[in-house]
Design a protein around this ligand. Structure first.
Ligand SMILES: NC(=O)c1ccc[n+]([C@@H]2O[C@H](COP(=O)([O-])OP(=O)(O)OC[C@H]3O[C@@H](n4cnc5c(N)ncnc54)[C@H](O)[C@@H]3O)[C@@H](O)[C@H]2O)c1
Ligand SMILES: CC(C)C[C@H](N)C(=O)O
Length: 364
């Protein structure tokens, strides 16, 4: 991968490599765009096969956060971190504290939170070294674990997508195939079960599957079989790039609505599912509940205020379907337009000079 060429193509600002021998920390912080404000995005810990794969993931996820934060109406830019390692084996206190010091070194350009493989406890360790972290323990006045709030956002967004596809937003009696039943998807299943939906689940971790089977009477299928299920809705809630050349021909669901980031392997896959008439709720819009919730901490966390905003994901998904139909474009393009237009508008208004902090000539 030619890193600078890639960064230039998608206009990334910064890529930071963090190494700490004592703790084994190998982290990559990607900052995509800070037009709207500091880059906020979670930290993913994953056992990447190669360094290149890790860099690519950090970059793709950071860009996704720029669009997610912009479309959510937040005054935040986009960034993301990946830590290379097995979250079940390789974590230690020093690792997250060392990482916290690297974040502190960025002086507020990047603010972190949870993502796949990291927890509130990890964020608390980062918080020992820096204030530029959200989703820490509620005892600190923080919003805590973002996953249940993300799940609520996905649930209301799924209802809006169901309304588009089936004419009603009721999920009672609908069959939902859920890929990955981790932190977000477990709570999502809880909402769906309560409304009377039937659940089919798959996960590489058998304990996660068992939990959903026992709690919600979900039916287990293998990870390869999840795409081809006779389901009304496919909910990708694991990792990215799962809507691709191999999986699209298997899909029977009329709706795709799930929490995973970067669901489309490529934009052509978004075009393809649009042509097939599948109602796709763009990933970074439907899964923005978590970031909306943690971002509220920047104003002094208020749960009711945050949840009201998260409930607005329903209207946003409806609006995206409206734009998609009006302009004859796939929903992922409609979402990108919303985000890009906001970044352009706010960026332009910011071009009016305003003196902040020290006067420009005060250092003389
Ligand atoms: N946690 C949040 O608040 C939040 C917010 C926005 C987006 N997301 C995104 O939602 C997704 C899930 O996040 P999470 O926090 O629930 O993570 P998680 O690690 O708790 O859950 C992911 C689950 O997917 C499973 N999995 C991994 N590969 C799989 C595969 N090939 N097939 C089936 N299952 C597989 C894992 O075993 C795990 O149970 C991620 O893409 C994440 O980036 C999370
Ligand atoms: C809670 C957020 C800051 C990060 C979350 N993992 C996301 O992708 O949106």
């Amino acid at each position: 991968m030619e890193i600078f060429k890639y960064m230039e193509t998608y206009d990334y600002e910064q890529l930071v490599f963090c190494q700490d021998k004592t703790s084994g920390l190998k982290a990559i912080i990607a900052i995509h765009d800070t037009t709207l404000g500091p880059a906020l995005g979670g930290t993913r810990m994953w056992n990447y096969a190669t360094e290149e794969e890790a860099i690519e993931d950090a970059l793709r996820l950071a860009k996704g956060m720029t669009y997610k934060n912009a479309a959510a109406g937040l005054n935040l830019g986009g960034g993301k971190t990946v830590i290379i390692g097995d979250p079940l084996k390789d974590k230690n206190e020093e690792m997250f504290r060392a990482f916290g010091r690297f974040i502190q070194g960025l002086n507020g350009r990047y603010i972190t939170a949870e993502d796949v493989g990291t927890t509130v406890e990890d964020m608390d360790l980062i918080h020992e070294e820096t204030n530029y972290v959200t989703g820490i323990s509620e005892a600190f006045g923080s919003s805590g674990n973002p996953s249940p709030v993300t799940a609520y956002g996905v649930y209301v967004g799924m209802k809006a997508a169901a309304k588009e596809a089936f004419g009603s937003d009721s999920l009672e009696g609908k069959t939902v195939a859920v890929q990955g039943v981790g932190n977000v998807a477990y709570t999502l299943c809880e909402f769906l079960h309560k409304e009377g939906a039937k659940l089919i689940v798959a996960d590489i971790n058998q304990a996660s599957v068992d939990r959903a089977v026992n709690a919600f009477g979900a039916v287990q299928v293998s990870v390869d079989e999840i795409y081809s299920q006779d389901a009304d809705i496919f909910a990708p809630c694991a990792l990215g790039a799962i809507i691709n050349d191999n999986t699209i021909p298997q899909l029977k669901a009329k709706v795709i609505a799930g929490s995973a980031n970067n669901q489309l392997k490529d934009t052509k896959h978004g075009d393809l599912i649009h042509e097939m008439g599948i109602a796709y709720a763009p990933d970074y819009v439907i899964n923005s509940g978590g970031v909306i919730n943690v971002a509220d901490e920047l104003y002094g966390y208020n749960h009711d205020r945050a949840m009201k905003r998260v409930a607005g994901i329903y209207d946003k998904i409806e609006r995206i379907f409206e734009i998609s139909k009006r302009d004859g474009i796939p929903t992922y393009v409609a979402a990108d337009r919303l985000a890009e237009e906001r970044i352009a508008r706010v960026g332009k208004s910011r071009s009016q000079f305003l003196q902040n902090g020290k006067h420009i000539i005060s250092g003389r």
